[in-house]
Ligand binder design. Structure first.
Ligand SMILES: [Zn+2]
Length: 290
């Protein structure tokens, strides 16, 4: 039914999809390649991969936080063996029959072993039950589509039912996923509503903003949390710096839209380096328990 609605309209102009790199210039090479050595994108030091793994993919020389996958994030945060995933097989139906979308999805599915860009589930952080979601930047830049939105809504619903806190680690540098158009944009309203209903039950919601949290993800649930944490250096904002600079025709301040910049301007509550994230979350959850 939806496909017919969107197909029948005449085309006035053809807009070619662009790579979503506008706000991600300096995050292009963050993926961890295979091999024994990795070059740090910030300080250019050559790092031994085993050492980097031990330091949780934080550069020991300059503190640069490499992007990690949603699975690595869950492993990092929850107690060993204490995570049960929800809806792991949920897939998009490609509501707009967007050209080449299914092929692209298949490629990311094979690369990440995930059906879409988010993992949600019930886990324990230092013995405390929490509904946890982690968005994977490596899956289409963590963009929000119908699956990401639906799984976040379901996570909040379960948390409400069980009176549990919610923690979402966002890595949604792609904002709302253009291949699902208005259906992706709808998820902004849906996830905001879910967060609001959760809040009305006096339940805790903590967001952890990671590289990068932009567009429709930042402009919806990610900025609605009771407590907003961020990893050092994460890019946080709506439109990216290059777009803003081109539109405003002004030079932007140094460090614009980094976690440090938005912290200084009061948009987030705290910057937490990755090695301290689990302890910080555990403390916050414990302090807010009834
Ligand atoms: Zn470095």
């Amino acid at each position: 039914m939806f496909k017919d609605l969107f197909r029948s309209k005449p085309k006035y102009v053809t807009v070619r999809p662009q790579k979503q790199t506008d706000h991600l210039e300096h995050s292009e090479k963050k993926e961890i390649p295979g091999g024994l050595w990795i070059k740090c994108d910030k300080c250019s030091n050559i790092l031994y991969k085993k050492d980097l793994e031990k330091s949780l993919y934080v550069c020991p020389k300059c503190g640069f936080h490499f992007v990690i996958s949603a699975k690595e994030r869950i492993t990092l945060l929850v107690d060993e063996g204490c995570f049960s995933e929800f809806d792991s097989e949920m897939k998009t139906i490609d509501p707009l029959s967007f050209p080449d979308y299914l092929e692209k999805l298949q490629k990311y599915q094979e690369e990440t072993g995930m059906k879409d860009a988010i993992i949600t589930g019930l886990g324990k952080i230092k013995g405390q039950e929490v509904v946890l979601a982690a968005i994977d930047y490596n899956f289409m830049r963590g963009s929000m589509n119908t699956v990401v939105g639906e799984k976040i809504v379901r996570a909040f619903e379960l948390a409400r039912e069980k009176h549990l806190p919610v923690t979402i680690v966002s890595g949604g540098g792609g904002g709302a996923r253009m291949q699902e158009g208005v259906f992706s944009l709808m998820q902004m309203a849906r996830t905001c509503q879910a967060a609001e209903l959760h809040s009305k039950k006096n339940l805790l919601f903590i967001a952890v903003l990671t590289q990068a949290t932009m567009g429709g993800v930042y402009a919806s649930f990610a900025s609605m949390a009771d407590i907003i944490l961020a990893e050092p250096g994460a890019l946080i904002g709506f439109a990216g710096p290059r777009i803003i600079q081109q539109t405003m025709k002004q030079n932007l301040p140094e460090g614009f839209q980094t976690a440090e910049y938005v912290y200084k301007h009061g948009h987030i509550d705290r910057i937490v380096p990755r090695p301290f994230l689990k302890d910080t979350l555990a403390n916050l959850i414990a302090w807010h328990r009834r």
